[in-house]
Design a protein around this ligand. Structure first.
Ligand SMILES: C[S@@+](CC[C@H](N)C(=O)[O-])C[C@H]1O[C@@H](n2cnc3c(N)ncnc32)[C@H](O)[C@@H]1O
Length: 383
């Protein structure tokens, strides 16, 4: 496909997304019904769609309309590409730009240039203070790809060497001692033997740093209370070099854990109803995902004030349900991939108000400026 044909296709897919279809689904359906498109075409179209979703407001202003075509025009204007060389109307190319379209082009306002919903900005600014502008700007960029070296099977040097043999270049990253940033060959990771043999997992660097900060030790009993697909449970098992119990309110979400654990050489027991108490209970709670909006940009535009309030209620429920599983003197770890204080420190304070006797030992907001996703972690010690 020519670059212009890719832009035409991305615009059509964006129209489907703006009409409510999930971007991943729109891309998959398109790829299935357009088998002539090669992997390079699919990757380029995917990048065009996701880049436009990250910058939907500013591109809509630049392109004069919040439509697939408007967003693609905005993208070209943002990169100072000559739009008339792309929008030619030739076969498979976008139709020429009309005078009315051209008249609607404008520069984004200060608020539009941040690419955040208006209602969210005051909360975003309160939560992040001086870092807010920079974090909003970083949310407009692509996220980097990180791997977690599985210490049960490898170490940084060996994993790097094995990946390099398969054309995947990596480098260590300061935010986590287990993290490798992929600098070349990211799309090959899934098919690599290093991945297949369980030497590395795809996992964001801040997500790894959260588990590093828990510092689980061999011999400690560990419960991942919101295990989902098991990303944190696997990291905990590798870090502690011991078993982890995995639980989730929706057991179906944990269906892949046994296969993932087998590949990683990790001992993870899936328990829909955990018994007893544990030294560390991790609650990786459901959240807005604002720290990972680079990877899932549609969520940035879907979040509403009501939904944020609902999430805070769910987060309180998760903490209340998990607390009884913490052994006396043990730790309740609360984590979200959110940058928003109402989901983070405010939930911890509210928990402490409801449950006197829990002492906050440590908390940290990982921001995009740290290099990975935005994450929050608080460690509460049971008195
Ligand atoms: C952010 S995801 C977990 C991701 C996972 N820890 C990982 O690293 O791959 C949050 C999970 O919390 C679960 N959840 C929501 N409410 C819960 C509750 N009250 N108790 C336990 N799990 C809950 C959801 O089903 C979801 O799988």
């Amino acid at each position: 496909m020519t670059p212009a044909a890719r832009i035409q296709t991305a615009g059509e897919l964006l129209d489907a997304v703006l009409a409510g279809q999930a971007a991943e689904q729109a891309l998959t359906r398109w790829a299935r019904s357009n088998r002539y498109a090669g992997s390079k075409d699919r990757a380029a179209i995917r990048d065009l769609v996701f880049d436009a979703l990250r910058r939907k407001r500013s591109y809509a202003a630049l392109g004069g309309a919040e439509t697939g075509r408007g967003l693609m025009l905005g993208a070209l204007r943002a990169s100072e590409t000559a739009i008339d060389e792309v929008f030619t109307g030739a076969r498979f190319m976008p139709a020429p730009v009309t005078e009315a379209e051209r008249a609607a082009f404008r520069s984004p306002s200060e608020a539009e240039a941040r690419d955040l919903p208006d209602w969210l900005w005051p909360e975003f600014a309160r939560s992040l203070g001086d870092a807010a502008e920079a974090e909003a700007r970083l949310l407009r960029e692509r996220a980097e790809v990180f791997l977690r070296v599985n210490l049960l099977k490898s170490n940084l040097d060996t994993a790097q060497a094995r990946l390099a043999e398969e054309g995947i270049a990596t480098e260590p990253h300061a935010v986590s001692p287990t993290a490798l940033r992929v600098t070349e060959g990211a799309r090959r990771v899934h098919l690599s033997a290093a991945y297949g043999d369980g030497l590395v997992e795809l996992q964001d660097a801040a997500s790894q740093a959260v588990v590093n900060a828990l510092a689980p030790q061999p011999g400690q009993s560990l419960l991942d209370f919101c295990a989902g697909g098991g990303g944190k449970a696997l990291a905990m098992a590798a870090q502690a070099g011991g078993p982890v119990t995995a639980h989730d309110i929706d057991p179906g979400r944990m269906r892949d854990i046994p296969a993932r654990a087998a590949r990683a050489g990790a001992e993870i027991t899936v328990q829909p109803a955990p018994q007893g108490v544990f030294d560390i209970v991790l609650c990786d709670a459901p959240c807005s995902g604002s720290g990972s909006w680079r990877r899932a940009p549609e969520a940035k535009w879907r979040l509403t004030e009501d939904r944020l309030a609902e999430l805070c209620t769910m987060q309180d429920a998760v903490l209340d349900a998990a607390a009884p599983f913490v052994a006396p003197g043990g730790w309740l770890a609360y984590a979200t991939c959110s940058l928003l204080a109402p989901e983070n420190s405010a939930r911890v304070s509210a928990f402490q108000d409801r449950h006197p006797g829990w002492v906050m030992d440590f908390d940290r907001q990982f921001t995009l400026q740290d290099g990975g996703d935005g994450f929050y972690l608080a460690l509460l010690k049971r008195g």
